[in-house]
Design a protein. Structure first.
Lengths: 136, 468
């Protein structure tokens, strides 16, 4: 009983601190903490996206996640089953084996990207992040 | 990680300098002024003008050691792309160099419009001026004045990874040999890194485009940070940090194992360059520069944003000498062609405001946790009353504020008004600033590994290149 409660507590703590949100960059997990969208509403102006969810990385970089993701396949051929399985709709072939896809719901983008990342036939996958660029 | 603009008071430098040391002996490390550009005398990064060096207490080796290189090489035949926030394409010193303009918006839509979005925009123009200002009888002189310019405007907010890639793709499709990026996101994704690797390896007929990134100017505390997962830290990118008139790495300059090279970016004394014509931009005229006609007061361009285009220009000169050089060879040559410099040890101890009149200030960051205040000045009404301290300025936003009180060595008030809707944390509240507290800067954030990076030596670089 206590163990079960502890388990629930750990799970909810992990969720609270955003430990269940991450993406892969350079083969490493980059953890993301969700932040309140309301304060950032006016930044979410990308007209092609229904909604933007904002996160912060541990080094405080602000990242927006829409329903779009970028995937690089190792081969150009025989990827149709992957598109079908994850309901990926192609928006654009960015170059070579790199594609911009969209999902019907941006709440799934991180999870789908991370699932894709683990596939043997995928070199990398991550949300088409929206970010701020700083002049230096 | 911000563009730093520093306004400074030249009388402080004059007071600090010993006029008796001024000399015009024959030991000058390079020939006298090369040309007739009226502001060339103050371009300390590429010109050793003994009088200007003396007045401003500039270390005699603070320049990039051009010797006679600029007389021989000017970037002829090299295409340089500048990716930035916008450009004044009508500025008389760059307009004849532009071969293509490409605007990419937040949705990746392409146009030819690269104008600055805001009337206060200047960054891209100033970056470009360092590279390509004409070698003529007006204004400043670019380091590679005969390059062909490809100007690419990108959004600074809401930039998706896809748009990021599109921006570089446009520059490469337009034939860029070198790409200058005086900005960064701090967190590069796999797709962007992969594309930059791709063009740095396979573009330019398989020799690789040379992509140059500014390493950044620290966080809001203005103290250099580790470059981390920034664009400037990508192996195939040339990451550039900044040095000061003291010939030291500046305290704001980001660092790390992936920093490739440092070049003048300024600290107190900035890098003179162009500014959008007329009332646009951030200075009153077409230049960001040292200006002794206003009691020595000046508004100039400072930061790793200024250092990157110096390296971009240097690469253009190298490619003029030997266009067969690959990106990998350029990186090897740059690392071989440096001089070792030290860290900028003095830090913040005696910065902070004092004084009076009603100087206009942009970008107040308030009192930081360690009791320091950082402001960005854009102009002053009266420099002589601006003592006994001077002002460190950090920031890149379009804020404005006004000093209400007469400032003495004590309490004073600065009212901050945001005129930039994109800065969500702007406030119109007043701040009480205590200059006694501000002198108690927390030095624990000093980084011990600031030193050991080489500063570009142009003469050495050109000597290391075997010509065609």
């Amino acid at each position: 009983m206590y163990l079960k409660l502890l388990y629930i507590f750990i799970l909810s703590s992990a969720s609270l601190f955003g430990l269940d949100n991450f993406y892969y960059s350079n083969s490493k997990k980059i953890y993301l903490v969700p932040i309140d969208n309301q304060t950032l509403q006016k930044k979410a102006i990308s007209k092609d996206s229904v909604e933007v969810n904002y996160y912060k990385t541990q080094n405080n970089t602000l990242l927006g996640v829409t329903n779009r993701l970028i995937v690089k396949f190792k081969s150009l051929k025989n990827n149709e089953d992957i598109l079908e399985r994850f309901n990926l709709v192609m928006v654009k072939n960015i170059y070579a084996n790199v594609y911009l896809f969209k999902l019907d719901d941006n709440s799934k983008t991180l999870d789908v990207a991370n699932e894709l990342y683990k596939l043997e036939r995928v070199e990398y996958a991550h949300p088409n992040f929206i970010r701020e660029v700083k002049k230096r | 990680m911000r563009l730093i603009l520093i306004a400074f008071i030249a009388f402080i430098f004059i007071a600090c300098s010993d006029n008796s040391t001024s000399s015009s002996d024959s030991s000058d490390p390079m020939p006298p002024d090369l040309n007739s550009s009226p502001l060339f005398y103050q371009q300390w990064s590429i010109n050793y003008n003994s009088e200007f060096y003396s007045i401003n207490s500039i270390d005699e080796n603070a320049h990039i050691n051009p010797q006679d290189i600029l007389l021989t090489y000017s970037g002829i035949g090299v295409k340089v792309a500048v990716i930035d926030d916008g450009f004044d394409v009508n500025h008389p010193q760059i307009r004849d160099k532009i071969i293509k303009t490409i605007g990419v918006d937040e949705n990746g839509v392409i146009s030819s419009n690269v104008s600055h979005t805001y009337s206060s925009g200047f960054h891209g123009s100033s970056v470009t001026g360092i590279i390509a200002s004409a070698d003529d009888d007006i204004g400043v002189r670019g380091i590679s004045p005969d390059v062909e310019l490809i100007l690419v405007k990108m959004p600074m907010y809401n930039v998706s990874d896809y748009v990021f890639i599109e921006v570089f793709k446009q520059a490469v499709d337009a034939g860029a040999d070198v790409i200058n990026c005086s900005w960064g996101s701090g967190d590069v994704s796999d797709a962007v890194r992969d594309y930059i690797d791709e063009i740095s390896t396979n573009a330019r007929d398989g020799k690789g485009v040379i992509v140059v990134f500014a390493s950044g100017n620290g966080g809001e505390d203005g103290i250099g940070d580790d470059m981390g997962n920034d664009e400037s830290a990508i192996d195939s990118v040339v990451g550039v940090g900044a040095t000061s008139r003291d010939n030291l790495r500046t305290k704001y300059s980001n660092y790390g194992k992936d920093l490739d090279i440092v070049a003048p970016g300024g600290y107190w004394l900035g890098i003179s360059t162009i500014d959008p014509v007329g009332s646009a931009g951030h200075s009153e005229d077409e230049y960001s520069r040292y200006d002794e006609t206003r009691n020595g007061l000046a508004v100039s361009f400072v930061g790793t944003s200024a250092s990157a285009p110096i390296i971009t220009s240097v690469v253009a000169l190298a490619l003029q000498k030997n266009s067969d050089l690959t990106r990998v060879q350029i990186q090897e040559l740059l690392k071989k062609s440096t001089t070792t410099i030290g860290q900028n040890t003095p830090y913040l101890d005696d910065m902070i405001v004092a004084s009076s009149s009603t100087p206009l200030i942009t970008g107040l960051y308030g009192l930081a946790q360690n009791s320091e205040i950082k402001v960005k000045l854009i102009s002053h009404t009266n420099s002589t009353t601006f003592g006994p301290y001077s002002v460190e300025s950090i920031g890149n936003s379009e804020w404005s504020s006004t000093v209400i009180d007469t400032l003495e060595d004590g309490n004073y008030t600065i009212r901050v008004v945001s005129d930039d809707e994109t800065i969500t944390w702007a406030t119109d509240e007043s701040f009480e600033v205590n200059s006694l507290k501000t002198s108690q800067t927390d030095k624990s954030k000093r980084k011990s590994d600031f030193y050991g990076y080489g500063k570009i030596d142009l003469y050495k670089l050109m000597d290391n290149i075997i010509s065609l």
